[in-house]
Design a protein around this ligand. Structure first.
Ligand SMILES: C[S@@+](CC[C@H](N)C(=O)[O-])C[C@H]1O[C@@H](n2cnc3c(N)ncnc32)[C@H](O)[C@@H]1O
Length: 217
């Protein structure tokens, strides 16, 4: 179990906090459907257009190198959205077996063609995979969208299906300024905390994998 930032090569984006803050709370209800409006609608409701542009390639390389991924291993992305990271992992580790799960039927329908057949619709709190059947489980900016009890179950599920590594990234903050910005920015999170609170929840869930924080800059 390690605190490690595996998204340190993900391109930094500018967040227009003032514009987003003006939009909530009405836009939060729309965003929480995780439908077209969240992924490909206006920025005030989510991504403001989430299209494949290669931004996950450096992250895929970082994950490959850190976990020494090789052909034949199986990777699961919980909250895979349109499957961009899984697509890139397949490119940088030929022969890697990938599977993804997301609650959004829209995102799966819009997924990159090569991974779409490998994605299933479902909730992180009940993973349709056998115990210890996955070499690496990744879940980036997803489990904080569940309420606390469901989030705990999701973390336990990630632990259950993994036979090797797990990496979870969640919304958090390192100081009060970041906390305030996060609370004005966020649309969909139901469970959030400072790092100490997250570590307590990890312990409650029996989650023993790696983790890091998404901080609103
Ligand atoms: C902020 S996006 C992150 C997507 C992707 N992991 C990434 O980093 O680009 C959150 C994702 O979580 C998915 N999601 C929300 N609630 C979920 C749940 N209960 N189970 C599985 N996926 C969920 C959403 O549909 C969305 O794709």
């Amino acid at each position: 179990m390690a605190e490690i930032d595996l998204l340190d090569r993900y391109p930094r984006t500018t967040r227009d906090i003032a514009a987003r803050a003006a939009a909530v709370p009405a836009q939060r209800e729309i965003a929480k459907r995780f439908d077209r409006e969240y992924f490909d609608g206006e920025r005030g409701q989510g991504y403001g257009g989430y299209r494949y542009d290669g931004r996950w390639v450096p992250v895929a390389e970082r994950i490959r190198d850190h976990y020494r991924l090789t052909a034949g291993q199986r990777v699961l992305d919980v909250g895979c959205a349109k499957g961009f990271l899984l697509h890139d992992l397949r490119q940088v580790v030929p022969g890697l077996e990938v599977v993804g799960l997301d609650i959004s039927g829209y995102a799966i329908a819009q997924a990159v063609a090569d991974v779409r057949p490998r994605l299933v619709r479902g909730s992180a709190e009940c993973l349709p995979f056998a115990d210890r059947s996955v070499d690496l489980v990744i879940s980036i900016n997803t489990v904080h969208n569940l309420d606390r009890a469901a989030c705990r179950r999701a973390l336990a599920e990630i632990e259950r299906v993994s036979r090797g590594h797990r990496y979870v990234q969640v919304d958090s903050w390192l100081n009060e300024w970041q906390r305030e910005k996060f609370e004005r920015w966020q649309l969909t999170a139901l469970t959030y905390s400072d790092p100490a609170g997250w570590r307590r929840l990890f312990a409650e869930a029996g989650y023993r994998g790696d983790y890091y924080w998404t901080v609103t800059e």
